[in-house]
Design a protein around this ligand. Sequence first.
Ligand code: NAD
Ligand code: ZN
Length: 355
Amino acid sequence: SIQVMTKDGAYDVNVDSELRFRLHELLPKSYRKVFVITDSTVGPLYLDDVLTELRKVSEVDYSIVPAGEGSKSSRFYFNLMTEIINAGLDRDSLIVALGGGMIGDLAGFVASTYMRGIDFIQMPTTILAHDSSVGGKVAINHPEGKNLIGSFYQPKAVLYDVDTLHTLPLREIRSGYAEIVKHSLIHPTPFWDQLKSLNLNQPLDNERLVSDLINGIHVKREIVQQDEFEQNVRQYLNFGHTLGHAIEAERGYGHITHGEAVAIGMLFALRVSEQHFNIQLPFDELYRWFKQNNYPFDVSDLSVTRLITRMKKDKKAKNSAIQMVLLKQLGECTSVRLEDNDVTLWLETFMRELV
Ligand code: NAD
Ligand code: ZN
C-alpha cells in the first residue's frame, strides 16, 4: 500500500483486487457504528458485499443517493445529515464513501462537517477516483459553481478494490484514464511510455489497472504532500484543466465527461507549451492515443470567444490574463500568464486541427 503524509497524520491507500471481501480487517480501527454512503448505480452492484463485511464488526446503516453530479448538492448534503443524526452517529463513528468522485466528495464533506468532523474512509469505484480520493479535498456544488462549498479533510484510509472497475461504462474508463495520463505527463516519472500500449477498447486487466492506478496515485501523493493546501505546486494538477473546465461548462456537464474534456485540454496545453517555449513535445503521440481510444474531439461547434471568456481569471474584465499550466519539457510543469489575444489565436488554430 501507499502511505500519504498529511498535517493531520498519515493514511494508507490500498489498491488491490477483492478488497471489499477483506474490509473488516482493513479498517483503521474498530468502530461501534458505520454509515455507508453510495449512489444508485454502485449500490446495487457492491453495497451488499460491503455491508456483509462491515456487519461482522459494527452496527451498520447506509444511504443511497441518485447517481450523478446532481447529488453533490446542499439538498442531498442536508438529507444525509438528517439520516446520520437519526442513525445516532457520534464522534466515534465512521462514514464509508462507496463510489466515484461524486460520492467521495459528498460523503467526505458530510464527514468533515458532522460534529466538526468524524472519521471517513474512501472506497473508490471509478478510475477517476484515484485522483479525487487522494489529496483531501471534499466538497459539494453551488448553483453558481462547482465545488464552491468544501474543505480540506483527509480520509483515514483509501481502499481501492479494482474488481469494481470492471462494471464501469467505457466513457467513465476514458474519463479516469485521462487523469492517469495527466499524472504521467506532469511528473518526472516516465510512465507515459507504459501507458502508450494500452487499448481501452479491450477488457481491463487487473494487474495493469493496479499498476497504472498506483503510478497515478504516486504522482498525486507527491504533489499534495509538498503542497497540501494549494499554495504552489498543487496547481500543476490543473494541467489540461483550464480549457478542459471551459469545454465541460460550455458543452454542459453530463454531455462530455470530465476526463474527456481534460484530454482535449491537455492536447491544447501541449500545443501552447510548444509555441510558448519553442520546444517539441509528444503532441502527435498523445493525439493518436486519444484518437485510438475513441476520445471525443467534436468541439468545433463551440465558440472560441466563449471558451476564452471562461478561461480568464477575471471573467468580467475585457482584457485579462489567462493562467495556464504548461510543460517546459515532459515531466516539468510551470504556471504561465498568457495574453488572451495569443491564446485566442492558438485556440482557433488548435480547434481547426482537432478533428
Ligand atoms: P461519479 O462518481 O459521478 O461516477 C461516474 C459515473 O459512474 C456515475 O454514474 C456512477 O454512478 C458510475 N459508477 C461509479 N462506479 C461505478 C462502477 N464501479 N461500475 C459502474 N458504474 C459506476 O464521477 P467520477 O468521474 O468518479 O468523479 C467526478 C467527481 O469527482 C466530480 O464531482 C468532481 O468534482 C470530483 N473530483 C474531485 C476531486 C478532488 O480532489 N476531490 C478531483 C477530481 C474530481
Ligand atoms: Zn480533473
